[in-house]
Design a binder for this molecule. Structure first.
Ligand code: GLP
Length: 244
């Protein structure tokens, strides 16, 4: 779906999320939301906060699972995704602390394997992800599933691609400070979501968007795996769709 600009696209995505949350509330069910970080979802989070304030939208029945986190990183670090989610969404809404799940970038190497399995199990125990929001990196990653990621991959540690690390320089001030690894939900974790929306805004994403949508399905561009999924919508602004 192509919108004139990212404001309109973001509002539409926020509307879909809020409708889902309210529908689940009426049925007295949990709603499991998979969320993303980066600049792309910011306007969606602003709109959800506005709906919480002005339209009585409650998140008390929502269980959140974030896609990824840098590794190693302290959750209190200003560049951590823990910090990002708190500052851009969680501190403004009525989310219960126990319903927030973000991979822990502070876990020891020894605990990592069990920790990642447990992340998967917690999603499954809740009946899977109802709605997964995705951005796309210029390497073609979704979450932090970099080129080479396997279709069957699950939550795990991954080495970040050079393009991804260089795109993060502005946040970390220099390449040396950008973590070399991350914990990410796998491709399989993502593809099990009942509904997926991938968003991309701006000219900078146009080339990778074309490859993701029109290219052959390949581990070289992990976002192409979404072509396997039965209920995925790609939401773009004009600029991001300009190479299609
Ligand atoms: C990071 C995140 C991804 C995100 C991507 C794009 O690498 N791990 O989940 O989709 O950046 O970021 P942006 O939205 O800032 O372009």
């Amino acid at each position: 779906v192509i919108f004139q600009n990212s404001e309109e696209g973001s509002k539409e995505i926020a509307r879909e999320i809020s409708n889902l949350v309210r529908t689940k509330q009426q049925k007295e069910e949990n709603c499991v939301l998979g969320l993303a970080t980066g600049s792309s979802p910011l306007k969606i989070y602003e709109e959800l906060i506005r709906m919480h304030r002005e339209e009585d939208l409650s998140f008390s029945n929502v269980v959140f699972f974030n896609l990824d986190e840098y590794f190693p990183i302290d959750p209190d670090d200003s560049q951590s995704y823990h910090h990002f989610m708190a500052e851009n969404l969680f501190k403004y809404i009525d989310v219960k602390e126990e319903n927030i799940h973000i991979p822990d970038g502070n876990i020891s190497y020894e605990e990592l394997h069990d920790y990642c399995n447990n992340y998967e199990n917690r999603i499954q125990k809740l009946g899977g992800i109802d709605f997964q929001l995705l951005g796309i990196g210029r390497s073609g990653h979704i979450g932090f599933n970099e080129p080479g990621s396997h279709l069957n991959s699950q939550t795990r540690i991954i080495t970040l691609d050079h393009i991804t690390r260089s795109d993060a320089i502005s946040a970390f001030t220099s390449l040396e400070k950008v973590p070399r690894k991350a914990i990410t939900m796998g491709i399989n974790t993502i593809l099990q979501a009942k509904r997926i929306v991938l968003m991309a805004w701006g000219r900078n994403k146009a080339k990778i968007v074309k490859k993701a949508i029109e290219g052959e399905i390949s581990s070289n561009i992990p976002a192409t795996y979404l072509q396997h999924h039965q209920n995925t919508t790609v939401v773009l602004d004009k600029a991001a769709s300009s190479e299609l």
